[in-house]
Ligand binder design. Structure first.
Ligand code: NI
Length: 179
C-alpha cells in the first residue's frame, strides 16, 4: 500500500477519458493494489471520493466513502459500508429534476462550488471482485456518484458550474454561504 500523489487541475490526466477494465484485470493483483492505494490516498488527503485518474491511473474505477449515518446505500448494492468501489460504472438518469449541492474536489483544492445535477440516477457497475450490481441513488449520494464518475470522462465539477458567483474558497464559503 502506498499514498499516491493527487493530480491537480491542469494535469492532462484529469482531462482524459479513462479506459474500461476487464474482469480479468479487476481480479489481478495490480488492480487490488491500485484500490488499496486509492483507499490509503483518500484517507491521507481526506474526502469522500476518489477516482483513479486523480492518482494518474486512467481507468474507470472510483471509490466513495461516505461517513456512516449521512447516507445509506440501498440493500443489494454489494457495498460494505461505508466504503464502496465502482468499476466501469454506467449512469442512467431516473429523475431529471435537479438538485444543488456545494461540491469540492481533491484535484481542485481549497474551493467549493454549487453544482446542479439530476436528483435520481441508476448506476450499473462492477465491484472489486468483478461482480455486477445495480444501484439506485438519490439526494447527496446521487451527486457524489455523478461527481466521481465525471472524473472517468475527464470532467471536473467546475465545468458544470452555471453561476460562477457560486464558486468560493473554502474559508469564504464557510463564512458567506454555509448554512
Ligand atoms: Ni473530484
Amino acid at each position: 500500500m502506498a499514498i499516491r500523489k493527487v493530480a491537480r487541475m491542469g494535469h492532462p490526466v484529469l482531462r482524459q477519458k479513462a479506459r474500461t477494465l476487464t474482469v480479468e484485470e479487476i481480479r489481478s493483483p495490480e488492480v487490488s493494489r491500485l484500490i488499496s492505494d486509492m483507499v490509503e490516498t483518500l484517507h491521507e488527503y481526506g474526502g469522500i471520493g476518489l477516482a483513479a485518474p486523480q492518482i494518474h491511473e486512467s481507468v474507470r474505477l472510483a471509490l466513495v466513502e461516505i461517513p456512516e449515518g449521512s447516507v445509506r446505500y440501498p440493500e443489494g448494492a454489494g457495498i460494505t459500508q461505508p466504503l464502496a468501489v465502482f468499476i466501469n460504472p454506467e449512469i442512467q438518469v431516473l429523475d431529471k429534476e435537479e438538485q444543488g449541492f456545494w461540491e469540492g474536489c481533491l484535484s481542485v483544492p481549497d474551493l467549493r462550488g454549487l453544482v446542479q445535477r439530476p436528483k435520481k440516477i441508476e448506476v450499473c457497475y462492477l465491484d472489486a471482485e468483478g461482480k455486477g450490481h445495480t444501484l439506485v441513488a438519490e439526494g447527496f449520494l446521487s451527486t457524489v456518484l455523478q461527481h466521481e464518475f465525471d472524473h472517468l470522462d475527464g470532467v471536473l465539477y467546475i465545468d458544470r458550474l452555471r453561476d460562477t458567483t457560486r464558486l468560493a474558497f473554502v474559508e469564504e464559503y464557510q463564512r458567506y454561504f454555509q448554512d
